[in-house]
Design a protein around this ligand. Structure first.
Ligand code: ZN
Ligand code: MN
Length: 475
């Protein structure tokens, strides 16, 4: 493979604020069209914008978490273009003095850390939304107009669609940890655009293509896979890559041309005269820095070193901050790190996903979960019973110790009692015993199953195996 794909990402996220970035209109999603507007966000003449302090605070927050330099002096600029969803015919954005620049986001690829460089993060306003109706008419909803929007631009550091998906997942998790956006891609509060170019290895970048309108991280990965192949074919056939914007079509799983890409000078940027430059004090930056939570990447590193979890396990745990917090609470109560992680990431998360619940909505608390794991570890119950116990606690709550007593789920570890049951099972199944003795050792598993069935899953499997082998091998 002499070709290499070079990918950079532009991610827009709507910031979680009560009111819009220049006016006091609410930002709620899903309200009836044009019920959250005022002269400012409708771009009426004579109205003036005022910067939302919370939006700026979120921006600095993200900038710091991405290890960026925060500009002490910054300003806004007008980005001019004409489109019906943009009432002023310009978007207030930032051109040459973004609030944050030169950062990085670490990702893990096959256990190795790689830093994706962040070029900049700047604050701007969202546009309205065009709604095309079935009867052929179109309407405009300005509720979204003026919602604070943070644009995060990476350097072209990604070298595969998988790496890009990893970058986006990590970025989304980071933003969720910071609680600056709900990052709901379906509702459009997180939107990804990819710049992608295939080059011959060792050659300079020629032109790149921009892919827009992808509604999921998986969609981005697929669009990039398609685009990589398309561009390789283009080079092979002697074609030329044109700078253009392409749209991802999820139904047909391909990208198609949308328009030729504007250059920066087409936007005729100039300083926004209605807003004063923004001066951010060192003191405020340090206050925000002090309040940063433990970041997901650091948290994963801690899970791997302190709890000896694998890259995969720790990756699953840290994806949702609430689950990571739950796990931390658990391991304070019981130090079977791997055991607790398995129950949490397999049985409990499966239940959460199936029932669309978050970890603070389930009936099983860290104390209950660790109580159960401790019973397995001490041999009081089998892990098979553990599964039933978790199901019972998820459905009805309750104290694990009490449930085990009430249901008579205590594990049978009495060797004599188990031996009696084995004798019964063997007497009932002489063909299987004969099969074993003639070399078909696979029947052991089946026989163990019969003993477990006989004891309703309560027999200690280690003792069952040991006693069964004794009986089978005796003359
Ligand atoms: Zn408004
Ligand atoms: Mn933008």
């Amino acid at each position: 493979m002499e070709y290499e794909v070079v990918i950079g990402m532009e991610v827009h996220v709507e910031l979680k604020t009560e009111s819009k970035v220049w006016c006091g209109c609410p930002t709620r999603f899903g309200s009836p069209p044009n019920t959250q507007t005022c002269p400012v966000c409708l771009g009426l003449p004579g109205s003036l914008p005022v910067l939302n302090r919370k939006a700026l605070e979120h921006t600095i927050n993200v900038g710091l978490a991405l290890d960026c330099t925060i500009s002490s002096f910054s300003k806004f600029d007008r980005k001019n273009y004409f489109y019906p969803d943009l009432p002023k015919n310009y978007q207030i954005s930032q051109y040459d003095k973004p609030f944050a620049c030169d950062g990085k986001l670490p990702i893990l690829i096959d256990g190795k850390r790689r830093d994706i460089r962040i070029r900049r993060a700047h604050l701007e306003e969202d546009t309205g939304k065009l709604i095309h109706l079935d009867d052929g008419t179109s309407g405009i909803d300005y509720n979204r107009s003026g919602v604070p929007l943070l644009e995060i631009v990476s350097e072209p550091d990604m070298r595969s669609p998988e790496e890009t998906a990893e970058y986006l997942t990590r970025l989304k998790t980071l933003l969720e940890y910071l609680e600056v956006s709900d990052c709901n891609m379906e509702e459009g509060s997180m939107r990804c655009e990819a710049n992608v170019s295939v080059r011959k290895k060792g050659e300079e970048l020629r032109e790149y293509v921009e892919i827009k309108n992808v509604a999921s991280i998986n969609g981005v990965r697929r669009a990039l896979e398609f685009e990589r192949e398309r561009q390789v074919k283009l080079w092979e056939s002697g074609g030329t890559l044109h700078r253009e914007t392409r749209r991802w079509d999820p139904e047909n799983q391909k990208t198609s041309p949308m328009r030729s890409k504007e250059a920066a000078h087409d936007y005729r940027y100039f300083p926004e005269p209605d807003l004063v430059p923004t001066v951010i004090s060192k003191k405020w930056i340090e206050e925000i820095r002090k309040k940063l939570p433990e970041l997901p990447f650091d948290r994963q590193m801690r899970c791997m070193s302190d709890f000896r979890l694998s890259e995969y396990d720790s990756g699953v745990l840290i994806m949702d901050k609430r689950i990571a917090d739950y796990y931390d609470d658990c391991v304070k109560l019981h130090d079977n790190y791997k055991g607790v992680c398995n129950w949490l990431t397999c049985d409990i998360m499966r239940y959460m996903n199936a029932n669309k619940l978050s970890v603070d909505e389930i009936r099983i608390s860290p104390k209950m979960l660790t109580g159960m794991v401790r019973m397995i570890d001490s041999g009081k119950i089998s892990s098979k019973i553990g599964k039933m116990l978790v199901e019972e606690m998820l459905a009805n709550g309750g104290d694990p110790e009490k449930i085990v007593e009430e249901k008579g789920w205590v594990q049978i570890s009495d060797e004599g009692a188990i031996d009696e049951i084995i004798k019964k099972v063997l007497a009932k199944n002489p063909e299987q015993v004969e099969a074993y003795r003639s070399g078909k050792t696979k029947v052991v598993g089946w026989l163990v199953g019969q003993v477990m069935k006989e004891t309703k899953g309560k027999a200690n499997p280690k003792i069952v195996n040991q006693k069964l082998m004794e009986r089978l091998t005796e003359q």
